[in-house]
Design a binder for this molecule. Structure first.
Ligand SMILES: Cc1ncc(COP(=O)(O)O)c(C=O)c1O
Length: 401
């Protein structure tokens, strides 16, 4: 007789949320449908074809010819850990640029890999200063410079080529976190000289959560091959993962089959739309949303020139309770947005217009919802002016769809 009695729970009932936070984003119906295709074994020849398609699709979205390009099982953090624990050996020096929450996570993971981390801190809400990173690389001669391309905690887009130059001029590799950027704005690994990058499936790529695309240049692969000690994680060892993905297809782990079906379909959606058109859609919708926020009389954390299209940080007006607004958005409108992280907790909302969630209609409905809730709570906002400002931007740039 089992000592623990069976628990009782009902059939799952999921509300139809509009996911407008920092991720996951809503996915296209065809992506959701791909995930319910019948299972295949992870070494089935048909499945190996799925893997090949994913590698080709990821090379397109990463804009790279890197052979070592595949998805790591696990969310964006798995890609971060796989990259860092494969590239770093105990005692290696790593310079990390920090201007938000995810820069700090890079530090935390690199330190757990035994790295001697040199932190270069910038202001949260502004990009890193490449000259400071260059000076740190010149002084410390690190193995690796690591930075976040799209800082999801602040909504800042980091220009990459100056970082690559700072690293390469001093013999370091550049590792780039593209969890929030990939598929939503330009990510050009080869053109920019990025040696290693990882991402997440659940944001601008428009797939389901649970996979982390990763790409290593030949230089990064050589660095891993020259390690003195084996990678301390078996599961996240990039060369071992590569032997499963590349022609050998040597068993390493049981692939999350249905998640990879969905990623393959999401990549097909990206290919159908075209990368440039997809980047332009994210820019257009977010420009309209930002104009709407300004038109309502609310403030934004990030100035236009540093703004990350797929994630906008809206300052919470004085006297307005963050949690009350987000609760009303969820319960009355079925809309999720994110709250602030670290020093911005309670001070801003993080609005993600990513992947399939990034539509003019979603931007307009969120402006409407925010306007009505804030007015009810006594804030001085002009919801009508917000809608008009957003519509004006959309109209300037083509049809409303
Ligand atoms: C920039 C950045 N890096 C890393 C991560 C970690 O990804 P995950 O939560 O998918 O593990 C996130 C998650 O939002 C992120 O935004």
């Amino acid at each position: 007789m089992p000592a623990i009695i069976p628990p009782q729970f009902n059939e799952l009932a999921v509300p139809p949320r509009l996911l407008l936070g920092p991720g996951p984003a809503n996915v296209a119906p065809r992506v959701q449908a791909a995930a319910i295709a019948p299972l295949l074994g992870h070494l089935d020849p048909v499945y190996l074809g799925v893997m090949n398609d994913i590698q080709a699709g990821l090379r397109y979205v990463f804009q790279t010819a890197n052979r070592t390009t595949f998805s790591v099982p696990g969310t964006g953090s798995a890609g971060m850990e796989a990259a860092l624990c494969s590239l770093i050996e105990s005692g290696d020096k790593v310079v990390v640029g920090i201007c938000g929450y995810f820069g700090n996570r890079l530090v935390e993971v690199a330190e757990r890999c035994g790295a001697e981390v040199i932190k270069v801190e910038g202001e949260w809400g502004r990009p890193l200063d490449p000259d400071e990173l260059r000076r740190a690389c010149a002084q410390h001669r690190p193995k690796l410079l690591a930075a976040v391309h799209a800082e999801t905690s602040t909504g800042v887009l980091q220009p990459v080529p100056p970082l690559a130059a700072a690293a390469h001029d001093h013999g370091a590799l550049l590792l780039l976190d593209t969890v929030t950027s990939l598929g939503g704005c330009a990510v050009c690994l080869d053109e920019w000289g990025v040696d290693a990058a990882y991402s997440g499936s659940q944001k601008c790529l428009g797939a389901l959560p649970g996979l982390s695309p990763l790409s290593f240049s030949d230089r990064a692969v050589t660095t891993v091959r020259q390690r003195k000690q084996p990678v301390q994680s078996y599961y996240l060892d990039v060369p071992l993962l590569e032997r499963y993905w590349l022609p050998e297809h040597m068993y390493h782990h049981t692939a999350p089959i249905t998640l990879t079906y969905a990623l393959r379909e999401a990549l097909r959606v990206v290919i159908d739309e075209g990368l440039e058109a997809r980047w332009a859609r994210h820019r257009r919708v977010s420009d309209a949303f930002r104009a709407g926020i300004g038109g309502m009389g609310l403030g934004l954390l990030v100035p236009e020139e540093h703004h990350l299209p797929q994630l906008t940080t809206v300052l919470i007006p004085e006297g307005i309770d963050d949690a009350m607004v987000r609760k009303a958005l969820l319960s009355d409108w079925n809309i999720e947005v994110g709250g602030g992280l670290g020093p911005f907790r309670g001070k801003l909302w993080r609005v993600g217009l990513m992947g399939a969630s990034c539509t003019p209609a979603n931007a307009l409905v969120l402006l409407d919802a925010l306007g009505q809730i804030l007015r009810r709570l006594g804030a001085k906002v002009d919801a009508g002016a917000g809608q008009e400002a957003a519509l004006a931007v959309l109209a300037q740039r083509g049809p409303l769809s």
